[in-house]
Design a protein around this ligand. Sequence first.
Ligand SMILES: Nc1nc2c(ncn2[C@@H]2O[C@H](COP(=O)(O)OP(=O)(O)O)[C@@H](O)[C@H]2O)c(=O)[nH]1
Ligand SMILES: [Mg+2]
Length: 327
Amino acid sequence: MTSIAELVNGAFSGSVRAMAKLITLVENEMPGAVEALQQLYPRTGRAYIVGITGPPGSGKSTLTDKITKELRKKGSTVGIIAVDPTSPFSGGALLGDRLRMQDITNDEGVFVRSMATRGTLGGLSRATADTVKILDAFGKDFILIETVGVGQDEVDIVKTADTTLLISVPGLGDEIQALKAGIMEIGDIFVVNKSDREGADRVVTELRLMLDLNPARGSWRTPIVKTVATLGEGIADLAEKIWEHRRFLQGGSGLLRKRNERAKEEILNLIEGEVSKYIHKMLKYDVTFDEVIEQVVARKKDPYSYAQKVTEPFAKYYQIYVDQPKN
Ligand SMILES: Nc1nc2c(ncn2[C@@H]2O[C@H](COP(=O)(O)OP(=O)(O)O)[C@@H](O)[C@H]2O)c(=O)[nH]1
Ligand SMILES: [Mg+2]
């Protein structure tokens, strides 16, 4: 048995095996996972995190591959987390795709990990955020997260990123509509991939129009980059835009603000997780709980009073804050 401290030290000294083991530990919430993260935490915060999101088939994996090569050319090390189940990195894609990825997966400066879809809501984003920390502590300069841009979990995952690339492609008219519906706010750089196809310029024009109509984007003028990922066209430009956004965030208070927000959310999530862990355990052993459910359904009890009763010890302890006026 390797101890947690040994694994952590192993990862610090560059053992890929130790790092992979740590990720498995954390991903499956196995005993020692929290201990490992506690030990890793002081060494995190150095990596730059890029989210790559967009509809299935838009070329996220191909772009991830090409961006990785571009970053490697400049000497940066890269960690890739593929949350997309169809990603060639996770083995879900065609053999040809996977073969194309082989040269980066054989590169020592690149570490690729795919995330299995988790049952619990929020489980996937938590596992991704924890894996980011491990890769960060391990010393990866850039961490790329590939994820399909749908659903709350995905949006949460993207919130982990410092810079988010939103991928669209020509020929998906309603894609733009879907972007309008809210996901647009999370994109720092818009990528129109498959620009070898007809209609790319129209997509660019539509996106530009939409971005200009959106007032709440601060002083960052969201660039739109045309790429042909399969041919590597536009990739150098895209990498440059990532650096530009990074400089933009680091130049002002943007990066610190993003990271503060992220830390706040993480702390709150952890506290909620801890509290609900005890409640769930308690209810699991409470033989009267099934009865309570029946009574609630039969309208003999109301769920509100029961919830208040269950959380009473907690409420008593913190009542002072609830009663306190804010200032
Ligand atoms: N024509 C064209 N095909 C592309 C381009 N980028 C990716 N593809 C192809 O689109 C398909 C889906 O790409 P993939 O990277 O797996 O998309 P993902 O599902 O978003 O990760 C693959 O067959 C790619 O070879 C591009 O710029 N132009
Ligand atoms: Mg993919």
